[in-house]
Design a protein around this ligand. Structure first.
Ligand code: GLU
Length: 299
């Protein structure tokens, strides 16, 4: 399996900011709210000859005549909803659109539900979403309740600090420091289990942690570097990434447990769709200084 590498050098981040701010014009229903403005919907066609015999999730989509997708909405570059236009965009959102198209559903047949990290398994188990695409790390614990297709992106846990912070350069510098992360996330668990921060605080979303960091009530925010790079690209004067990644987070598409037909369909889509993957990556993640290669979807 190939690994995703991350760069967060100041010049790269600054270039990313330009790309994020300069090209925000969007055509309704087409270009997402961020990235370089490329309309990626032309990268794929909506499939017309779909046969997914034995997939209960696909049957549910067909009878509802829509796809219900769980996403995030406050993670620039990944899963984002523009507060003014309400338009959604980002790598994860477009991966979700690509999957829907491969199942025969046009973008206007997608109903998005913003679901925080802690509620993902339960929403899938309850049948409230057909699939979930939102920085969702594949773990054995989660696989007791749900299945994953993928991985489709590999990142790693990192730390975000104030731009003028000089004392935190990695997870071993957290003695006496207060670290914020999100309830139910793998980074929160890892920082508690494997490192020794002074204290941890948890919220439902990473943007709530960002506000705590901005006001100085916490010293660092921890989550995946791919998420943190998006925040730095938006506010390079305020935040910076401190040090290297210290875990491997393999992002998967959350699926109802047991739907192997749908899982295999999505894995094949990913493994056969290298050009689409690269275009989505270049558009949504490269502008924030993220470098990466497509992993093999072997779940
Ligand atoms: N990838 C990690 C997780 O799945 C952190 C990001 C998130 O909370 O979505 O827990």
């Amino acid at each position: 399996m190939r690994k995703t590498r991350f760069l967060a050098g100041a010049s790269i981040v600054a270039a990313g900011l330009l790309a994020l701010t300069a090209c925000n014009s969007g055509t309704p229903g087409a270009a997402p709210a961020e990235g370089d403005g490329t309309d990626t919907t032309q990268l794929w066609e909506v499939a017309s000859d779909v046969s997914l015999d034995g997939s209960p999730t696909y049957e549910r989509m067909v009878s509802a005549d829509k796809v219900v997708v769980g996403v995030k909405e406050d993670q620039p570059g990944l899963g984002f909803k523009d507060p003014v236009s309400n338009e959604r965009g980002g790598f994860d959102v477009e991966i979700a659109q690509w999957i829907a198209a491969s199942l025969g559903f046009d973008a206007d047949k997608i109903e998005y539900k913003t679901i925080p990290s802690a509620n993902r398994e339960q929403e899938l188990v309850n049948g409230n979403v057909d699939y979930y695409v939102g920085t969702y790390s594949i773990t054995d614990k989660r696989k007791q309740q749900i299945d994953f297709a993928g991985p489709y992106l590999i990142t790693g846990q990192g730390l975000l600090v104030a731009a003028d912070n000089e004392d935190i350069n990695g997870p071993d510098d957290l003695a006496g420091k207060i670290v914020c992360s999100v309830t139910g996330s793998t980074p929160l668990q890892r920082i508690r289990d494997e490192y020794n921060p002074g204290d941890t605080v948890e919220y439902d979303t990473y943007t709530q942690c960002l506000e705590q960091l901005r006001s100085g009530s916490v010293d660092a925010v921890t989550t995946d570097q791919a998420i943190l790079a998006g925040y730095v690209a938006q506010e390079p004067e305020t935040f910076k990434i401190a040090g290297d990644t210290f875990s491997e987070e393999r992002y998967g598409v959350g699926l109802p447990k047991g739907d192997t037909v749908l899982k295999d369909h999505i894995n094949t889509l990913f493994n056969d769709g290298g050009d689409v993957w690269t275009a989505l990556f270049e558009k949504n993640l490269a502008p924030a200084g993220i470098e990466g290669e497509q992993p093999t979807a072997d779940e």
